[in-house]
Design a protein around this ligand. Structure first.
Ligand code: SF4
Length: 357
């Protein structure tokens, strides 16, 4: 027997193939409907949510406040999670931990658990590979296979929290993939993570990163105005960006900046602009000047990321070049940080995911 959820509700079929419903695929309303469809009282949804999102119990048999019969019945048609860890690498430099997960179809994705002095951050993937294909990025060079399901994104977070024995303070959708191309699942993930009865993370503690898809930026601002937005620009003009972020050929810089202006107007929020500095490609004083002219007057924070070399031919600039770039912007009133990368020895830093198996 299998059970599916669609807009009409739950449908049951008696096919021989057992396809289990994954509960981390469900929003709170859907979970409630599922519980009711099983003839259970509504409050059982809260109990199940508590087991999954607070106690990290991923099997029905340990949900001891449900009757044994209910647990057995639920296990026949549903499960909690649909990925499992196959590899865990811990950085000797800073404790950052990279996970490789195996999905039910055999594909693999990675996530990173980043340790800061007073907080922990989970960096989650949204796709298997990435269709944007930035030439300096290991993920982009590994091609694109498919979108991740809601449960496969939520599952990365829950499993990492379970394995570390503590809740993270921040979540960033900045791992493998372009969230804008998996918008339905990404929005459902945001709903699940922020719902008070599910994972209950403050929306301001979640950041969604995009390579710059204007429709997505607009939709995110309207639907989740409190979620943080981060846009990967990586180049100060279309000529360079067409090469460094090939999506630019479809959405040139002017369209991205226009979308950012609208987003800032609508939400009043500051946007983070990610800019990977690559030696001799986008790190010159002229590049800094062009970037400044683009951003002048915008409520923007620029995050400069000295490249973590992951693909041959693309190098990290010298320290002087990086600080010179930052100082140029700072001197003109732009808020700038130079990102201190974590997990470089385990290929867990930005742009390095999926480099090794
Ligand atoms: S840098 Fe980001 S958008 Fe570009 S290929 Fe890598 S994962 Fe995709």
């Amino acid at each position: 027997m299998s059970v599916r959820y669609n807009k009409q509700g739950f449908t049951f079929s008696s096919s021989m193939e057992v396809e289990l419903l994954v509960l981390t695929d469900l929003t709170y309303d859907e979970l409630e409907n599922f519980v009711k469809s099983q003839g259970l009282e509504r409050y059982r949804a809260d109990q199940i949510a508590d087991w999954i999102y607070d106690k990290y119990v991923f099997n029905f048999k340990d949900m001891t406040n449900l009757s044994k019969q209910t647990r057995n019945e639920l296990a026949k048609i549903a499960k909690i999670i649909d990925l499992s860890p196959v590899e865990r690498k811990v950085s000797k430099l800073d404790g950052t931990t990279k996970y490789l997960w195996i999905l039910e179809d055999g594909n693999t994705v990675e996530s990173v658990y980043i340790v800061h002095p007073n907080r922990n951050t989970a960096c989650l993937s949204t796709q298997v590979g990435c269709p944007v294909g930035c030439p300096f990025c290991a993920t982009g060079q590994s091609g694109f296979i498919r979108n991740l399901k809601t449960s496969e994104i939520v599952g990365q977070l829950l499993f990492m929290e379970k394995l570390h024995g503590e809740k993270v303070n921040n979540v960033v959708l900045m791992g493998m993939g372009e969230p804008a191309f998996n918008v339905d699942n990404v929005f459902k993930v945001l709903e699940i993570l922020t719902h008070p009865k599910l994972r209950n993370i403050g929306a301001r503690r979640i950041t969604v990163s995009t390579a710059g898809v204007p429709e997505f930026i607009e939709a995110l601002g309207k639907k989740f105005p409190q979620v943080r937005l981060s846009v990967s620009l990586h180049a100060p003009n279309d000529e360079k960006r067409d090469i460094l972020v090939p999506l630019n050929r479809k959405y040139p810089i002017a369209l991205v900046i226009q979308a950012l202006k609208r987003y800032i107007e609508d939400t009043g929020r500051r946007v983070t602009l990610e800019y990977v500095l690559i030696s001799d490609l986008n790190d010159s004083p002229d590049d800094a000047r062009e970037l400044y002219n683009l951003l002048k007057g915008l409520k923007i924070h620029v995050n400069l990321i000295p490249l973590n070399p992951a693909v041959e031919g693309y190098k990290r600039p010298s320290h002087e070049r990086v600080t010179g770039f930052a100082r140029y912007l700072e001197a003109r009133g732009v808020e700038v940080t130079i990102r201190i990368e974590k997990g470089q020895d385990i290929d867990g830093a930005c742009g390095q995911l999926r480099m090794r198996r």
